[in-house]
Write a protein that binds this ligand. Structure first.
Ligand code: NAD
Length: 485
């Protein structure tokens, strides 16, 4: 048993924090550990703290919690630092998107081919990238042996930046590979009898191996797509793993795109709302359209309120039973005028002791500390795993972790050349451009992104859109940074 300190930066990201806390409480090998919840939003922090404490108590887990608004406190003496903060919040993304659209850049200048995810900004996200870089440098200074588990986006750019420039233990973690579970479930297969592998880069991963009971099961996916895609109607904007766009990418690249990769195709699927609707289905046109993203933002705001309400209830009723239908019914009846019952239930479900979180952070910690071997999909330097990609590029690949560290599996069968040359190479190139811009402060590199953008019609358009974004008050530091050259 190993008791350690885990620091969570941006812990007000409620659903995520509670999933980690739940995993920690259920991991016997980490009993006695402490969690430092850090956020700049004290209200969110207090709500997460109340729920986390209640959860640990309900499970009878020996986990201590503390809260702080000081990032150093979350890092000092920590063995693991999970970073899930979003500097400037979602409202910053909306401001930038609005300015961009005024100049003809539908869904914003950060939405680029193979990177269409609406909160994965790489060009205008200086404050977020700088904050993440600074946290890594603080870890080097304050807790040089700690692991940084990078959950906040852009995971691809950040994993590359940090692994190349700060000598600490670090991996990028994303849950996009759970798209494979969705396929397995849709096919009605026993997950324990499926052997699968994904490989690529973050939000650009492909199903390279899919074996069921010892036989190649890709034909089952072909049949599923054939059967389901014709009259496809998404249940929510995220429902795209079995969709027309996934099928089209699969046919073009030869392997099934997994998870967020489906959102990250070429312009073919993203020119405008009509195009998005055609490929991702009605009514939203996928989560990254204006309609889909509004659905997601509204839902996130409601979830934050639901969390606050559930936390308030337990603070007022400290003896209420943790996970019981009666407690849930009472919370719903008290809050039904302010929050939808289904969202209260969703937050409440996070407190279910039987629930698997699907997150990898605590599994990794337990493997590294206690030697309990585990298979994971992580972002870390390629080091020869995918041929044709430089060793220092962070790839998202299957690995196993144990007491000796993290070990890469061989990708077999390998990724098709078409994926490497036509999808990964241009995405890697844009990551290199984003790091070059950030590290040199050379505004010309930011401009170069847009000069190569099919939506650009003149250099004047490039200059004006960047000027207006850089003039935002919250971008003062970014403005100074890009004025140096
Ligand atoms: P959010 O805005 O709801 O939560 C982020 C939290 O960060 C907030 O509580 C905010 O107060 C806090 N924060 C902001 N500035 C901070 C600072 N300087 N120090 C500490 N905390 C600060 O955002 P979200 O939707 O939960 O997303 C958070 C990040 O996680 C985003 O980058 C998102 O893209 C990413 N994400 C990653 C995955 C993954 O699997 N890796 C999945 C979902 C979201």
């Amino acid at each position: 048993m190993t008791a350690v300190k885990v620091g969570i930066i941006g812990a007000g990201s409620a659903a995520f924090s509670l999933r980690l806390v739940g995993d920690l409480c259920k991991t016997k090998g980490l009993s006695g550990s402490s969690v430092t919840l850090m956020d700049i939003d004290e209200n969110r922090l207090m709500a997460v703290h109340a729920l986390a404490k209640k959860f640990a108590e309900g499970l009878g887990a020996d986990i201590k919690f503390e809260t702080t608004t000081n990032v150093d406190d979350a890092i000092r003496d920590a063995s693991f630092v999970v970073n899930t903060a979003l500097v400037g919040g979602h409202s910053y993304f909306e401001k930038v998107r609005q300015i961009s659209e005024k100049y003809g850049y539908y869904r914003g200048i950060d939405s680029q081919e193979f990177n269409m995810v609406s909160d994965y900004y790489t060009i205008t996200n200086y404050n977020q990238i700088k904050f993440m870089h600074d946290v890594a440098k603080k870890i080097e200074k304050l807790s040089p042996k700690a692991w940084l588990l990078q959950a906040a986006n852009p995971v691809f750019e950040l994993t590359n930046l940090i692994t190349r420039t700060v000598p600490i233990n670090m991996v990028g973690i994303c849950h996009g590979h759970h798209g494979v579970d969705h396929i397995i479930e849709k096919l009605g297969l026993d997950p324990n009898k499926v052997e699968w592998e994904v490989a690529g880069v973050n939000h650009g991963i492909w199903l390279t191996k899919f074996i069921y009971q010892g036989k190649d099961a890709s034909p089952l996916i072909d049949e599923l797509l054939e059967k389901e895609v014709g009259n496809f109607k998404p249940t929510d904007p995220f429902d795209d793993q079995i969709s027309l766009v996934a099928k089209d990418m699969y046919e073009f690249y030869g392997k099934m795109p997994i998870g967020d990769t489906v959102r990250n195709g070429s312009w073919k699927y993203h020119f405008d709302l009509e195009t998005k609707k055609k490929w991702f289905g009605e009514p939203w046109g996928g989560v990254d359209s204006e309609l889909g993203w509004k659905w997601y933002q509204d839902r996130q705001a409601e979830i934050a309120t639901a969390m606050q309400k559930v936390a308030d209830y337990f603070q007022k009723n400290p003896n209420a039973k943790l996970f019981s239908k009666d407690t849930l019914d009472e919370i719903i009846s008290q809050t039904k005028n302010e929050v939808k019952a289904e969202l209260t239930q969703e937050i409440y479900n996070l407190l279910d002791p039987q629930r698997k979180s699907g997150e990898q952070h605590i599994l990794l910690a337990n493997a590294l500390l206690n030697g309990e071997k585990v298979d994971l999909v992580l972002n870390l330097p390629n080091n020869g795993t995918i041929s044709g990609i430089s060793d220092d590029v962070a790839v998202e690949i299957p690995v196993y972790a144990d007491k000796d560290g993290i070990h890469h599996y061989e990708i077999n069968p390998p990724l098709p050349e078409r994926i490497k040359k036509m999808y990964l190479a241009p995405r890697i190139n844009r990551m290199e451009m984003a790091l070059e811009a950030y590290l040199t402060g050379d505004r010309k590199v930011l401009e170069e992104f847009l000069i190569r953008d099919p939506r650009t019609k003149s250099y004047d358009q490039v200059v004006k859109v960047l000027n207006e974004i850089l003039a935002l008050p919250e971008n003062k530091e970014m403005r100074d940074h890009y004025s140096k050259k």
